[in-house]
Write a protein that binds this ligand. Sequence first.
Ligand SMILES: [Zn+2]
Length: 286
Amino acid sequence: MPELPEVQALAGDLRARLDGRAIARLDVVAFAALKTFDPAPTALQGLFVEGVARHGKFLDVEAGGLHLVVHLARGGWIRWRDKLPSAPPRPGKSPLAARLVLDDGSGLDITEMGTQKRLAIYVVRDPRDVPGITRLGPDPLSDAFTVDAFAAILAAAGRAQIKGVLRDQAVIAGIGNAYSDEILHAAKMSPFKPAAMTDEDVRRLYGALATTLRDAAERSDGLAMSELKGEKKSGLRVHGRAGQPCPICGDTIREVSFADSALQYCPTCQTAGKPLADRRLSRLLK
Ligand SMILES: [Zn+2]
């Protein structure tokens, strides 16, 4: 799933490609992905793109006072096409969910892989008409996200596990499963640690959060959307790397599995060498 750094880079790439172009039409192929009906997608026809923004993990293409908002979710992606086929796409088994056609015949395909269909597309007059955007907590790359603001957020979260707090979009916008693993590894902190922590721990985590996200955003900046997934994967130190050596200490990276996700961590760096209980694994061993 693309998170803050990738969505930020996607917005930058799209801005360069879309700015000043007019929208010929939006073809919706996967109708369940379109979450709004007024304004209709046809309302975008003929409007000039005025900007592309990011809200948390949401992409926002502004055109003529309307907003095409896309949440890529787990399996969603955007592919640039220099030349789109002239015939409108038909619903079928392809991953194509929607296609934005521009006045010069170029445009983009919004796709979704996998069986869990969670990609969401909205056509709205104001991005705040999207419930997921209204609910967003502060953006961790904004000036307002100070160490004091972060300390207040963690204190309010109390005994909740820090891993869940970091990826709760209503608490902090834009961090998902991958970067929360990376941030906690950089902070040498257990994913199960309660959110309310000492000032010293807050500062260490704040520093790790800022560095991890800014580094990833910088690495992704200026890349074309086709290059972003590979860049994200190669930049990760623990996430998705169970069984591989930790790049800091050499210990084997371990994993805790949940119903539909998993977290990865380094025991030596993060949990004083003790492996965390993995309920799925323990069940298998019984
Ligand atoms: Zn380590």
